[in-house]
Design a protein around this ligand. Structure first.
Ligand SMILES: Cc1ncc(C[n+]2csc(CCOP(=O)(O)OP(=O)(O)O)c2C)c(N)n1
Ligand code: SF4
Ligand SMILES: [Mg+2]
Length: 313
């Protein structure tokens, strides 16, 4: 999560470093909760400053996505007291540790199972699941399709960087054909999952795809996903600079981000042939895909079927 210079807290704002080393975790959080300074945008109050500095590599897209999620949450909620984040394991899943809400960092591939239990016990909570393409589609793929089938009222954001970032850049079920990874030294020979279409086919009632490149669009989509009753799934394309970008010689974080423009079918169609598009570095292997809300429908949620909430509430 990167803080821009303008919104950086002044020195007297409680930081992790100002808390005595022997302090308990609660003390660190209490100090961080006081973090507030004139001019800070609303979502900055949702960060745990005691957890900084963050662990993301320079140029990693995950911080951009988290920032947009917090902006959307700040538009919907004054506090995060009734919001819980549940994540698996991965660099993407790790970002929930920087959010000053009730956060559960669970086991690899299982955030949806923990979130299902939490939601059934506390249907009043807004439960947001953060997962990665490895976490949510590989080891956790089974749980993803069943959460969609059950239509439980969760919002799941899948950070798709087309690789296992945290563990050294192994091939993921989303890696595009031809891409080099630490486990595909001759280039990937497999076809990737279309995560959004998979969830739609499994019964998800709100399905969307967005990009870290168009962060405002993602913010709007995430807000709509939060408002939706039933299983909401947002796949957000993001970049692993360290393993995907470097291994495939695709440039730095900015190069990777701009190259996403050419993977959006609408942009590609709109700008085709214009000189501006020719200047955008192409990512040779990423397919051009449809972005935006791909499916939205209403059917009985699991909580409604179980009588835990009033139908239509
Ligand atoms: C049961 C289990 N198997 C494997 C791992 C190792 N592991 C941790 S994170 C990860 C992949 C994460 O990839 P992804 O979800 O795409 O997240 P990213 O780091 O790319 O954001 C793996 C294989 C583990 N922690 N637990
Ligand atoms: S390894 Fe990749 S996904 Fe993980 S923090 Fe670094 S750039 Fe981001
Ligand atoms: Mg990944």
């Amino acid at each position: 999560m990167s803080l821009d210079v303008v919104s950086r807290p002044p020195a007297d704002v409680p930081q992790g470093g100002t808390v005595a080393p022997e302090a308990r975790a609660d003390d660190v959080l209490a100090a961080a909760r006081g973090a507030s300074w004139p001019g800070a945008s609303a979502e900055k109050h949702f960060l745990r400053y005691g957890m900084m500095p963050h662990m993301l590599c320079p140029g990693c897209g995950h911080g951009i996505v988290l920032d947009a999620m917090l902006r959307a949450l700040a538009r919907r909620y004054e506090t995060l007291d009734d919001v819980a984040f549940v994540a698996g394991i991965g660099c993407s899943s790790r970002v929930v540790g920087y959010v000053d809400a009730c956060t559960l960092h669970t086991t690899h591939g299982r955030p949806l199972t923990f979130a299902t239990g939490l939601k059934l016990a506390r249907p009043d909570l807004e439960v947001v699941v953060v997962t990665g393409d490895g976490d949510g589609l590989s080891i956790g793929g089974n749980h993803l399709i069943h959460a969609a089938r059950r239509n439980i009222d969760l919002t799941c954001v899948l950070f798709n960087n087309e690789i296992y970032g945290m563990t050294g850049g192994q091939l993921a079920p989303t890696t595009i054909p031809g891409a080099y990874t630490s486990t595909s030294p001759k280039g990937n020979h497999e076809q990737p999952f279309d995560a959004a279409r998979l969830v739609e086919a499994a019964g998800g009632t709100f399905v969307a795809r967005a990009q870290s490149f168009r962060t405002r669009d993602f913010e709007e989509i995430f807000l709509r996903a939060l408002e939706h009753k039933g299983f909401s799934f947002v796949e957000v394309m993001t970049d692993c600079t360290e393993y995907f970008g470097r291994t495939n010689r695709l440039g730095n974080g900015a190069d990777l981000l701009f190259s996403q423009a050419r993977a959006d079918v609408a942009i590609e169609a709109d700008l085709a042939g214009r000189p501006t598009l020719q200047e955008v570095p192409a990512r040779p292997v990423r397919p051009v895909m449809e972005m935006g809300v791909l499916h939205e429908s209403r059917r009985q949620t699991l909580e409604e079927a179980m009588g835990l909430v009033e139908a239509g509430s």
